[in-house]
Design a protein around this ligand. Sequence first.
Ligand SMILES: Cc1ncc(COP(=O)(O)O)c(C=O)c1O
Length: 369
Amino acid sequence: MIPVFRPFSDGKEIEYLKAVLDSGWWGMGSRTREFEEKFAAYIGRKYAIGLNSATAALDLAFKCIDIRNREVITTPMTFVSTNHAILYNQGIPVFCDIEPDTLNIDASRIEALVTERTKAIIVVHYGGYACAMDEIMSIADKYNLYVVEDCAHACGGEYRGRKLGSIGQAGCFSFQAVKNLSTGDGGMLVTDDPEWYDFLQKYRWVGITKDTFSRDKDGYDWFYDVVNLGHKFHMNDITAAIGLAQFEKLAWMNRRRQELTMKYNNALRELKQVEIPPVKSYMRPSYHNYVIKTEGREDLRTYLRERDISTGVHYYPNHLYEMYKPYYRRLEVVETIWKKLVTLPLFPDLKEQEQDLIINSIKDFFAPH
Ligand SMILES: Cc1ncc(COP(=O)(O)O)c(C=O)c1O
């Protein structure tokens, strides 16, 4: 069976992991710090905080902002962590409809949702295709709102030459098993705010003022204070070792994703029953996934499954989930379009014959019989 996603390793991960295992320091230490420094420089931000997931990063971004009893304008077309992070912090999600082509939050509908209670906007760069950030940032400036970028799909993607994650007040990245840069599980929050950075360094490590690594410099200094009711959200050096190995080939892996996307686009563009992902002039995507839109989605998925090709659906609109019913608003576009979405296999080492099989099977499915 060809999977929808598959992480890629070329052996560097094992080499770096072995060094960490042999070093005797497996917790949060020098490798985590190295990964944070390289990642912050890559995204173009002052600070990066290594975490155990993007779910933690999103939760922490809203803790920094403080959204209690305040509204956050958000998208339903996402993995549920984006919206759970609002609820973890006693905020109120206000769902905004999406653009029918990019599946990103529709910037032209945001301003109508702003009220006196609005505190922030969260955007998800769906599939690593940038949201319309100029429009979103100008609404945020006008009403004095924070902007959080959910960059779970967007590692390496750009908006008008700027790395995604460098535009809002916080960028939240995922290194979960199928992401463009994967460590199994992991995440990173990037920001330029020194006060947030100071708070987060403690908060991710149960509120302790000095982590074990910084206390180990000149002989082990046992004393620390505890200053906030933090969580255990930090990254460790085992995760960071894999992250550093992945980071070295991120540009190559993203280029492979782009090549595969171009091949899909060129082959599927001619099918009138299929809509291919759009690329706008302002975006340089990270090509996290390959999502087509078509009527009769389930028949196509069954047809492909019978040919050993897995497909996915990303996502069931979050405002339709049972627990999000209190926040339901009718959203015409997303409620229609999600039924057409099919995620096709896309990962750096997808073989040529595998992609040909996928393309030919889709063409066969739509060919007049
Ligand atoms: C858009 C989006 N946001 C957040 C997350 C959560 O990431 P993590 O699994 O690292 O917590 C994901 C993961 O699938 C995601 O796709």
